[in-house]
Design a binder for this molecule. Sequence first.
Ligand SMILES: [Zn+2]
Length: 332
Amino acid sequence: MNRWRWSACGVVCGLMVAGSLGLARWAMETSASAGAAAPTPSASVAAGAEKAPLEDGKLRIIEFGAHPDDCEIFAGGTAILWSEQGHHVKFVSVTNGDIGHWGSAGGPLAQRRTAEVQEAARILGITTTEVLDIHDGELEPTLENRRTITRLIRGWNADIVIGHRPNDYHPDHRYVGVLMQDSAFMVSVPFFCPDAPPLRKNPVFLYSYDNFQRPNPFRPDVVVAIDSVLDRKLDALVAIDSQFVEGGCLGNATMVPTTPAERQSRCQQVRESFTKRFADIADRCREKLIELYGEQDGKQVRCAEAFEICEYGRQPTKEELRQLFPLVPQKK
Ligand SMILES: [Zn+2]
């Protein structure tokens, strides 16, 4: 049984862009006990999970972020593009974000952040978003959590799984990466969590972008131009108010807008900051953009999201990768 803990410290997701999160209805249910009779994973929000049939020929993507804003930051644009083609995208925040604000914490903050990512999911047009009831700042790569992640990947019948690299700056990010890696083989093993049917086809596991260099820098295997959907992605990020408008755990009271004009100004700052960040990714991954999009189009991409193929899980051929990312046009 989880319980809320009040804490004065907080967590900043991603690369320290002061930001906000969305709200969402949220129900607590913690499970993940061992053995055959274990119930479904700890879960909360689900904004339209029922809308995704298991076998309709469309791709099924599940992304794990450590906090209620990470999936939106690292793959929000790609998620829009997948969703526009009818593919099924699920975001999972592995912690509930309950210390991610300078002035509030605990259950009320987790509820606020859950509602924020639900609103973001609506704007992005993804199939569903979920926030697990695990305390922010306290995620560990336990057997219980390995089971939870495995069950979620199986339950989504995923073709693609995305998560942080295990050398990310934040312990929750790192352990999401470890848990994803730990599940990469186990999702196919029938008698691990035998209550959840194993996947018949091992998914492709991907890391989301980061700038960390040790022990090895991020390698951009797939880079997606997001210029055509940038405004919508920024709309979704601005909806994550507690983090990006109010500054998250490292913000302060002066960041809270008190007038509509102040809010507009603050939201514009957030949009510009994120645009610069996504442009930086495009610049750092320019070579791969040109390889994928061709010389002319690759050079013109302004903002991008990038992914690295994890060496665990299925190793896709170039053609398979193209099928998994049909939103990347054929090179001219
Ligand atoms: Zn985070």
